[in-house]
Every structure is written in structure tokens, then in C-alpha cells.
Ligand binder design. Structure first.
Ligand code: MV4
Length: 446
């Protein structure tokens, strides 16, 4: 096992990684920017190293500064968390060149599954369902037109390197497809340094269902079932839950097994999430693979009892997966609410500043993952998520009631948060029934 790990992240996930390391007997080194210099979670690390000013590109995104800190602190490994450098294959490669273990996939495995065209290739081979569309990247306009004629309109153009909804264009006819192809390629090149685009069938309404997978360095991969993340706005998830409500368990389990096969076929070690859209007939289509630990991993931890952070560290250290697929079962239901420092009544405007009131809910089945304490100052530089409320109960109905109860106990001020909106959603009849689609929240907010 590692002796000392550097945490190349901030906020709640830095604290989550630190807690996992401490339970494994690993020393922690946490890097921080000047904007985070007074953050209380830094005191829980064995060592904290300032890596630069507030702007992320000068600190949390700066590879040479992070590697310098890792060398100075003499760590064995680096955990990237999510965001920042987590999905940068060049960073995973630099770590390897410096003989520091990257807690996550090898650069090769990250490239295989992180590129959407490549991931679709592996998915087809592993019998993971994907949308019909181009088999590889589109070279010339005529190719896209031929594919679209075959699969029918509407189609969507996506960038192979894009993620989280960036670089997508929906086309309802040949004329718009023709005018958009070149634009999409140019935009992708400018935004991601890779102009590869592909075309696939566009689905108007769907649910977002994603499968948690973990692979080890011994050629094994297991799935930890799925999460439903349909409650989102502008590609930012607001509520996640596990398992997905109102799905055929047999079909869902087959998709989960397919997702594990995909990760295994890519010789991928570490935590991964395979994203799917599910249509109203419960057909699944893979969207992309996230090659990192995700924000919403706790709901999966709550229903399976598997500590995903500790497992990600163990497999990076070369240990085999500590659990077998047959021993993983779904216990009850879990819901996560992302607590964001934003004002939903003002178009989700970030609400940075000092938090004077921070009164947490508690009681049975309630977990809070947050780095905030009373008096904490939310810096304006980063993501507005300040914590997560995760609730577990025996059934979905009980989990919803318990989440509502916990949200009522949760008091935060004077900054604005998403808590009131989430309480409203717990009382929403369409949400309670299960099976709202990915456009539901945006329609509700209009
Ligand atoms: C799609 C789609 C419909 N059809 N692909 C958006 C983020 C990126 N991961 C993929 N996305 C979509 N891909 C096809 N073929 C609709 C979306 C989409 C979406 C997907 C998941 C969650 C929220 C979404 C919101 C708008 C569009």
C-alpha cells in the first residue's frame, strides 16, 4: 500500500480522499491555492502545500506545480479527485514518467475510454448498446449525410473529445447537417485541440442512467449498479439517486454487466462511470465514459456498502478488487442533493461569501460530505458546490421523505443555496412517481 498520497484537488472531494487515506493508514499531502489558504480541511492533512494563486490554471490545473509539490513531499501517489486534472491523460502520463502512481487509469486506458469515438468502438465490441451512427470520426461532409440518411433525422453531431454537453449540434435535416459539420469540426479543434466529430441518432426525451464500474490491474472489473441523474440543469446534476427508479431489473443488470465488460476490455484500472440514455421503452444507449471518481459516487456507496474511494486507492496500489461481483447487492435506496452556493431565484447566480449559519441535518440514514464549517468563506474562483446531502433508507418513498426531512433541518446563511429547490423537488409528484426525463427541471423552472 502507498505510504503517502498527494491530493490534487480541493473542497469536499479533497476531504473525502483524505478520509479514505486515513482509514487506509496513508499519510496525506494536500495542495491548495491562495484562495483556499484558510480552508479548514487543510488542517486535517499531514501536510499542506501552497501551489499558487486562486485561478485554477495557476494552481489546481498546473501540472508542473503539482508535480513539484509531489516531489518535495516525496509521495508515492497522486489522487486527482474529479474535475481539474482528473481526466487529463497527459497528467496520468507525467505521473508515470515521474514514477508517481496516478490513482486512476493509465494514460492508454484513459485515452481508450475518454475519447467518445474510441469508447464507442470498444462498446460495440463488448456488446454495450450504443446509438446508431457513424462508426468512426467523420472525415468529409458526404459521409455524415450518408449516415444520417441511413439512421434518419434528427441526428446529433458530437465532438469525440467533448464532454458534459460541450460541442454538440442537433440537426433536423440534411441542409442543417451540411452547414454544421465543418463548423463543429472547427469548434472542436479550437476547444479541445482535436477536430474529430461523429454523428448519431438524436433522442428527444430520455433518462440519464449511469453505471459505476471499478477495474483492477489484474484484468478484472465489477459494476456497482446504476444511478439515475436525470434531475439536471444545463448539464449540472442537481439530484442523483440509486438504484434507478421504475426500471426492469433484469434489463438494467444486463446493462450493468455490459458496462463492466467494456471497462475490462479496455484493460482499465480504477473507478469509471459508463453513461447511458434510456428511452421511454427502456432501451439503453451509451453516451460516454467518465474516467474518474464522480461527485455522485456516495449514493452507490450507500446502496452497495462498497467504499469507492478506498477501492480506487487499493486498485491503484496493485491490490486485486476486494469484492466479487456476486457479493454486491442493492440494499435500499439512496438520494443525493448537491448543495450549491447559488441563487435558484436569480438564474442560479453563484453566491460566494462567508457562511455564518451552517446547521447540519442528522439522524438515521443521513450523510453529509462537505468541507464547510461555520465561518467558512466560499471563494468565488471555483465550482459552487459546497457539499452533498446523501440519504439512505429501505425504500425510495422512505428515502424521499427522509431527504425532505433532512433538507428542512439544513440551515445555511446568509449565502443562497439550492436547498429550498431540492425540498420542492422532494415534494414534486412527477419526481415522486419516478422517471422524470433529462429536460424535466428546465421545463419546471420556466
Ligand atoms: C445525446 C442526447 C440525445 N441523443 N445524445 C448531453 C451531455 C452529453 N454527455 C451527451 N448529452 C446528450 N447526448 C443523443 N444521441 C441528449 C443529451 C443531453 C443530455 C444527456 C444527459 C443528461 C442531460 C442531457 C441534457 C441535454 C441533452
Amino acid at each position: 500500500m502507498f505510504r503517502r498520497v498527494l491530493i490534487a484537488n480541493r473542497g469536499e472531494i479533497a476531504l473525502r480522499i483524505m478520509r479514505a487515506c486515513q482509514e487506509l493508514g496513508i499519510e496525506t499531502v494536500c495542495v491548495y491555492s491562495e484562495a483556499d489558504r484558510d480552508a479548514p480541511y487543510l488542517r486535517l492533512a499531514d501536510r499542506a502545500i501552497c501551489i499558487g494563486p486562486g485561478p485554477a490554471r495557476d494552481s489546481y490545473l498546473n501540472i508542473s506545480r503539482i508535480i513539484s509539490a509531489a516531489e518535495i513531499a516525496d509521495v508515492d501517489a497522486i489522487h486527482p479527485g474529479y474535475g481539474f486534472l482528473a481526466e487529463r491523460a497527459d497528467f496520468s502520463e507525467v505521473c508515470r514518467d515521474c514514477k508517481i502512481e496516478f490513482i486512476g487509469p493509465s494514460p492508454e486506458a484513459m485515452r481508450r475510454l475518454g475519447d467518445k469515438v474510441e469508447a464507442k468502438r470498444f462498446a460495440r465490441a463488448a456488446k454495450v448498446p450504443v446509438f446508431p451512427g457513424s462508426e468512426g470520426a467523420i472525415e468529409v461532409e458526404e459521409e455524415a449525410v450518408e449516415v444520417a440518411a441511413e439512421i434518419g433525422y434528427p441526428v446529433i453531431i458530437k465532438a469525440a473529445a467533448g464532454g458534459g454537453g460541450r460541442g454538440m449540434r442537433v440537426c433536423h435535416n440534411e441542409a442543417t447537417l451540411r452547414t454544421n459539420i465543418k463548423k463543429a469540426q472547427q469548434e472542436a479543434l479550437a476547444a479541445f485541440g482535436d477536430g474529430s466529430v461523429f454523428v448519431e441518432k438524436f433522442l428527444e426525451s430520455a433518462r440519464h442512467v449511469e453505471v459505476q464500474v471499478i477495474g483492477d490491474k489484474h484484468g478484472h472489473a465489477i459494476h456497482l449498479f446504476e444511478r439515475d441523474c436525470s434531475m439536471q440543469r444545463r448539464h449540472q446534476k442537481v439530484i442523483e439517486e440509486a438504484p434507478a427508479p421504475e426500471v426492469d431489473r433484469k434489463k438494467m443488470t444486463a446493462v450493468c454487466e455490459a458496462a463492466a465488460r467494456l471497462v475490462k476490455s479496455a484493460e482499465y484500472a480504477g473507478a469509471a462511470t459508463v453513461e447511458f440514455l434510456m428511452d421511454n421503452k427502456q432501451n439503453f444507449y451509451m453516451l460516454e465514459v467518465n474516467t474518474r471518481v464522480q461527485v455522485e459516487h456516495p449514493v452507490t456507496e450507500m446502496i452497495t456498502g462498497v467504499d469507492i474511494l478506498k477501492t480506487s486507492i487499493r486498485v491503484a496500489a496493485g491490490e486485486p478488487l476486494p469484492v466479487k461481483q456476486k457479493d454486491i447487492t442493492i440494499r435500499g435506496h439512496a438520494i443525493e442533493c448537491r448543495i450549491n452556493a447559488e441563487d435558484p431565484t436569480r438564474n442560479f447566480m453563484p453566491s460566494a461569501g462567508r457562511i455564518d449559519t451552517w446547521e447540519l441535518p442528522g439522524g438515521p440514514g443521513v450523510r453529509i460530505d462537505s468541507h464547510v464549517v461555520p465561518g467558512y468563506f466560499v471563494p468565488p474562483n471555483y465550482d459552487s458546490m459546497i457539499g452533498k446531502l446523501i440519504v439512505h433508507a429501505d425504500s425510495r418513498a422512505e428515502a424521499i421523505e427522509r431527504t425532505a426531512r433532512a433538507l428542512r433541518e439544513f440551515r445555511v446563511g446568509p449565502i443562497n443555496t439550492t436547498i429550498d429547490l431540492q425540498l420542492r423537488l422532494m415534494q414534486d409528484s412527477a419526481f415522486k412517481t419516478g422517471g422524470i426525463d433529462i429536460h424535466y427541471l428546465e421545463r419546471l423552472l420556466k
